[in-house]
Design a protein around this ligand. Structure first.
Ligand code: NAD
Length: 311
């Protein structure tokens, strides 16, 4: 299994580390327009790999080096600076994706390759990548709200004193400021969240839920404020998605793929079954009226941003 990672900045390096540590990959090639940076990362990661799974890691100086890749991960582009939103990155990263995708497609097998998009603003970048690559929507997969859902599960785990592994609770919609928590479908083990709270006498009133939702939405801003950027969470999320594809695991993940047609075409995160062929059509969970309205608002915002790039 050969993986190419395009964009070896803070996130690309973290993704490479997490991918290396899965043990499911025999070769990772790194490309960055800053060739010195990619080479240095390949050296460092190669040294680290000698302590773990046998994986060949190299930097490539042009796109011919990604030939034979089964999966391409795009993590290039501008990141948020303190105070910036993901949408603020739109125009800069439209240029980055427009530069990268045609070069990737000229060097991979279009019948087989799967592309994982990490670059923000994520959902619009998924739409643009799918359009430029002409790949089926199922094989252009954004990490979407996998990370936001992990943040939600982490907070709930602390609040309810139950393992994150037993929490099925999802953040849906935009990987951005309009993301929404689908409280209605949340279960703890096999029990609906409300039932769990009643039985365990751990109330989760609307005010607490609103605070949790706010914390999930603001997690990236807080991390960027304190650390300059976010990388560990997204590295783990991208590697988990990759593992799910490589092993054809058919897990339900909240990834972002293009769905719908014409004026209704949009990419946003919904639960999908993910396996070797990519991501399935969305499996719509139960939602309250206000959750449905919040999801429609996400779709509108993403679509408006996509339309604004004029592609
Ligand atoms: P960074 O500035 O550290 O690294 C970006 C890298 O991209 C640089 O090495 C740069 O040389 C490279 N690059 C830029 N344009 C390129 C091009 N045309 N071709 C090849 N390489 C190019 O930024 P970062 O912190 O690594 O963030 C990268 C992206 O990941 C940002 O868009 C950021 O917002 C996004 N991100 C997404 C998530 C998520 O959950 N999806 C989480 C964190 C960050």
């Amino acid at each position: 299994m050969k993986i190419a990672i395009i964009g070896i900045g803070t996130v690309g390096s973290a993704v490479a580390t997490a991918v290396k540590n899965t043990g499911f990959v025999h070769e990772i090639v790194l490309f960055d327009r800053d060739a010195i940076r990619a080479r240095a990362a390949a050296e460092d990661l190669g040294h680290a790999a000698s302590f773990g799974f046998d994986v060949k890691i190299s930097a490539v100086s042009n796109y011919r080096g990604i030939r034979g890749s089964d999966i391409v991960i795009i993590s290039a582009g501008a990141n948020q600076k303190p105070g910036e939103t993901r949408t603020d990155l739109l125009n800069k990263n439209v240029a980055v994706i427009s530069d990268i995708v045609p070069r990737v497609m000229a060097n991979v097998d279009p019948k087989h390759v799967r592309i994982i998009v990490v670059t923000n603003p994520l959902d619009v970048m998924v739409m643009l990548t799918q359009k430029l690559s002409k790949l089926p929507a199922s094989r252009v997969i954004g990490t979407g709200t996998m990370l936001d859902s992990a943040r939600l599960r982490t907070i709930l785990s602390r609040q309810l004193s139950v393992s994150t592994q037993s929490i099925n609770a999802y953040v849906l919609g935009e990987h951005g400021d309009s993301s929404m928590v689908n409280w209605t479908s949340a279960t703890i083990g096999a029990v609906a969240l409300d039932d769990f709270c009643r039985q365990m006498k751990t109330p989760l009133p609307a005010t607490t839920r609103a605070t949790i939702e706010h914390r999930v939405r603001n997690a990236a801003y807080e991390i960027i404020q304190g650390r300059g950027a976010t990388w560990d969470g997204i590295g783990a999320a991208a590697a988990d998605l990759l593992r799910c594809i490589i092993n054809n695991e058919h897990r339900i993940l909240t990834v972002s793929c293009v769905n719908g047609a014409g004026a209704n075409m949009v990419a946003m995160s919904l639960p999908r079954v993910v396996g070797a062929d990519g991501a399935s059509a969305p499996i719509m969970p139960k939602m309250s009226a206000s959750e449905s309205a919040a999801l429609r608002k996400c779709a509108k915002i993403i679509r408006k941003n996509y339309d604004s790039i004029g592609k």
